[in-house]
Design a binder for this molecule. Structure first.
Ligand SMILES: NC(=O)c1ccc[n+]([C@@H]2O[C@H](COP(=O)([O-])OP(=O)(O)OC[C@H]3O[C@@H](n4cnc5c(N)ncnc54)[C@H](O)[C@@H]3O)[C@@H](O)[C@H]2O)c1
Length: 261
């Protein structure tokens, strides 16, 4: 028996056009899921979905901005028409949104304006609410589901440069704990995976700066950056039948940065 099998399941991964989300999509497909690859950037989503189909998987691309509830709702409906209702939702879209560089120099919080906060809160908090709201009803109806949200150690321990981002991610984690309590009796689990520095295009500014990486890695027990695989392995586990009694939790994947009790 392969407990990690997702055969017969439909998985929707947001922000899966590159980085962690793309790797999660590959893992889900490799374990038999029908995969819906969402991204704001159509060409990224199409390329990942096409790559999965080339490997023999069932995969389809859906372009939409997860911060737009109506668009997310329409995406979930159209994905269900093609592949059946979503069994596994991975809320992965995040960072500073689809176009901004999360590592770009920014003013300290005390000099920032509300307009500076909005993109972070929109994608990292409302994006999670939007996709969860759109997917959970069909999970409740069928008595099975998985909601997995990718958050950040910035939510667990704080990051001086990324206070608003950390706050939005912490909000997503708090929401996930509440949702887990609300939907557990319907056979749905809800968990978060908290990442530290993972080598992806979205954070290239930081992870390609050798002196910055050297300084960062002094805080990591395992002295390397994370790879998308490190995150995707845990997401796959939480999505699978191996994790039916795990819910309402946040699991760090961080090479020993921010070790928890
Ligand atoms: N890479 C890291 O070091 C790191 C660390 C901690 C947490 N995270 C979190 O992990 C997740 C994945 O990060 P990554 O580094 O792989 O990201 P990335 O920026 O490389 O890729 C994210 C993808 O999401 C898409 N996206 C962004 N906003 C969107 C929106 N509103 N609607 C639809 N798609 C959208 C982007 O177009 C992009 O293709 C994010 O939630 C991020 O906050 C990453």
């Amino acid at each position: 028996m392969n407990l990690l099998s997702l055969k017969g399941r439909t998985a929707l991964i947001t922000g899966a056009g590159q980085g962690v989300g793309a790797q999660v999509a590959r893992h889900c497909a490799a374990h038999g899921a029908r995969v819906v690859v969402n991204d704001f950037h159509a060409e990224r989503a199409e390329a990942v979905a096409a790559g999965l189909r080339d490997e023999g998987a069932q995969a389809t691309a859906r372009t939409c901005d997860v911060t737009d509830y109506e668009a997310v709702s329409a995406m979930v409906t159209s994905a269900a028409e093609e592949f059946g209702p979503v069994d596994v939702l991975v809320n992965n879209a995040g960072n500073a949104g689809p176009s901004a560089d999360p590592m770009a120099p920014a003013p300290p919080f005390w000099e920032s304006e509300p307009a500076d906060w909005k993109p972070w809160v929109d994608v990292n908090f409302y994006g999670v609410l939007n996709a969860s709201r759109a997917c959970v009803p069909a999970m409740v109806e069928r008595g099975h589901g998985r909601v997995i949200t990718v958050i950040s150690d910035a939510a667990r321990v704080g990051d001086a440069q990324l206070a608003v981002y950390g706050g939005a991610k912490a909000g997503a984690a708090g929401f996930s704990r509440g949702l887990a309590r609300a939907v557990g009796r319907h056979g749905i689990t809800v968990n978060c995976v908290a990442l530290s520095a993972v080598r992806t295009p979205g954070v290239a500014t930081a992870v390609e700066d050798a002196s910055l990486v050297k300084a960062m890695l002094r805080q990591y027990s395992i002295r390397r950056l994370g790879e998308p695989d490190d995150a995707a392995n845990l997401v796959l586990f939480l999505a699978s039948d191996a994790a039916t009694w795990i819910t309402g939790q946040t699991y760090p994947v961080n090479g020993g940065f921010a070790v928890s009790t």
